[in-house]
Design a protein around this ligand. Sequence first.
Ligand code: BGC
Length: 821
Amino acid sequence: MTVPGAWLDASVGLEDRVAALVADLGEHELAAVALGDFTPLTGRGLPAPDYVDSGTGLRGVEGATAFPAGVALAATFDAALAEAYGAAVGAEARSAGFPVVLGPTLDLARDPRAGRIPEALGEDPWLSGLLGAAHVRGLQGNHVIAQLKHFVAYNGESRRTGYGLGPDRGDAVNVVASDALLQDAYLRPFEAAIEAGAWSMMGSYNRLNGAYTCESADLLDLPRRQWGWRGFYCPDFLFAVRDDARALAAGLDLGALGGPGGRTSEMVADAPPGVVRNLVANVVRALVGSGLADDPLPDRPAEGAAGPADGPSTPAHRQLAEDCAVASMVLLRNEEGALPFGDDVVSIAVIGPSGSDALFTTGGSAAVTVRADRVVTPLDGLRARAGERRVEASQGSLGDVPLPPVPAAAFVLPDGSGPGVEVVVTAADGSTRRETRPVIDQAIDPAEGWPGRWRARLTSTATGPHRLSLAVSGRVRVQLDGEDVMVGARELERFLDGPAVPMQVVVDLVADEPALLQIDVEPGPAIVIPPMGLGPSLRLGWQLPDDRHERAAAVARDCDAAVVVVTMACSEGMDRDTLALPGDQDALVRRVAAANPRTVVVLNTPGAVLMPWLDDVAAVLQAWYPGERFGAALARVVFGDTEPGGRLPVTFPRSRADLPGGDRDPASDPTDLDYDRDAGIGYRASAVRERGALFGFGHGLDYAASTLRVGDVAASGGVVRIGLEVTNPSARDTTHVAQLYAGVAGEAPELVGVVRVPVAAGRTVRAETTVGAASFARWNPARGARVPMAGTHELWVGAGSADLGRPFRVQVEDGQVVDAS
Ligand code: BGC
């Protein structure tokens, strides 16, 4: 039964409603809320802050729409689409009965290998802030709560939750970063999303300057004192809080994503004065301020009960998912009008993992389950749109998947004495024993001792390139005849609903000639949660040489054009080992390109990849993880029904060493990461500025080949006014994406604005945009804020970070633009 009170009265001001409810709660009720028991609130007509994971659609909700990944949304460079996307996710959360949505993810793409690049909004603070804020506005417009992730400086998976099993798990990674760097980069997306009204934030797993973010009073207070934020914090799952009493005193409102976490009644009783009352007020304020009290959620369907066939998804949401996917596809290269396919293309070879083996979503907590009856695969989409054209498919490569297990017949003990794999197991008391196992394909139960070294003579029946894959939860080094072939770490083989993320290598083996295989495995970051069936494991798979490439090339040779889809899986809980496409896919692309000059490569990948075959192919289209309408969106772009709208929200470096974190030896996994050492990330990294990128941030071609001319530039009313003239010489409508970059006091250019100029076929359109002094701001410790820097700065208008042309000079004084030329 609901107790009526002023907190339920929509005519009363927010703070009075919060105060009325908090005053109505007894001490034991306040303590209950601090311990994650929300019955004192539900009894007074508010919902418990139950959550659903969602960066890119609702995780674990039957029928939810699988939208394109966050990085794809970022590639649209379009705040209106981000708002519509957030609104659709929010509407689905509401209809499924969830008050708190864990998302959007606002962690910057600092390290090109990072496992969560697909779910976040790219490398640029301004763009992430623009789109994150729009997403939040759309989402919370449904009267639900957005929980921003992950506060803050969580930009890679390595050691995010520490290393080791059980209570001995070591500390999480420690990010070292100056105030200036945090304020001028990593905090900015959060600030923008909070300005847009976000009611909640999730504290991250990592440490920052020595302290766990969820236990740092100074850090948790920053959004409150600096941005006036009045929402509530929740820590990330299990490992984010190591000292619950300290976290409570520091201002971490809830002790866990559900329940008390490690918080006890004693801790709550001993908390400093005001802490408990404050945290309850913060939670209540979010529940009331978001509109949840005045616009109650529908009841969530009972567990196991049949809901509507499409769950919370609607045809309009699926259309939006498709439109976002189209708008996110980045045409990286297009030689001699290879795309779009016109009437001259009457036969098309579709190669690579382009059926249900394509990748639709990322892994981990941002993974959405794709419904087999609804998903449009690339092949289905192309076939449906091809009409009378002939479409031939050939898989060519299995893509980025765990391969079939290496059979027992391939293993002989290292001394040749018999079949099997020799395993050295270390018991809890430190003693070791040798065992023989038939294959390398099992879950590891640490209670039975740790199987740290696996050795065998590996013999194939074939000669040639063999693919090996290792699905692992733990940390491994794999050697073949004494040489490292795979080194890396994974928290799990597969994280929640997403794709598996095996390590991959191609090695040359000769039939009947054994190679000595040695695998050293440590628990590393393996996550062990027995009730969820999660724990360490090791599974070696392989693929013998076969004629897949040859067959694909034959099909490509026989068609007017070839579309090759290549995949790279990615997930929370693992950083990628390299930027190279996994397995045999580079070889496949080369083979197909040699067979057909009109070869179009579709990158079904999370972010930057290397393209050793780039000069050999006609076109490259970056598709990211496009969600359930992948094929329909791809067909629209390939056949030119719609422009590929995307621009790169991440830099594609020439080498991964060119980006911060990119040169990290996968064997090292440092505990400390010095962010100040290479402070410029992505397109602002010094190596990228010196050597250029394979494709720069902001790059993206359009079919229309629209051009931009900058007209008058002048200071007026304290801002710079810039005249733009966009010409569309083509016979198709398009949108030109003009990008504004500021160079503050001689520093590297940095994105400060995007102007989308729609321009009809054959027309020229004039537009004006303004840039204020805030675009030339830097952290000012004395003022405790980002403040426009007085002085002479530069301003560029261009079509991408690597395509800027001549800068204008902008003079800022007293927080105003006073001159521009
Ligand atoms: C992730 C969060 C997620 C949470 C709950 C964690 O491992 O880091 O982003 O919201 O799990 O699923």
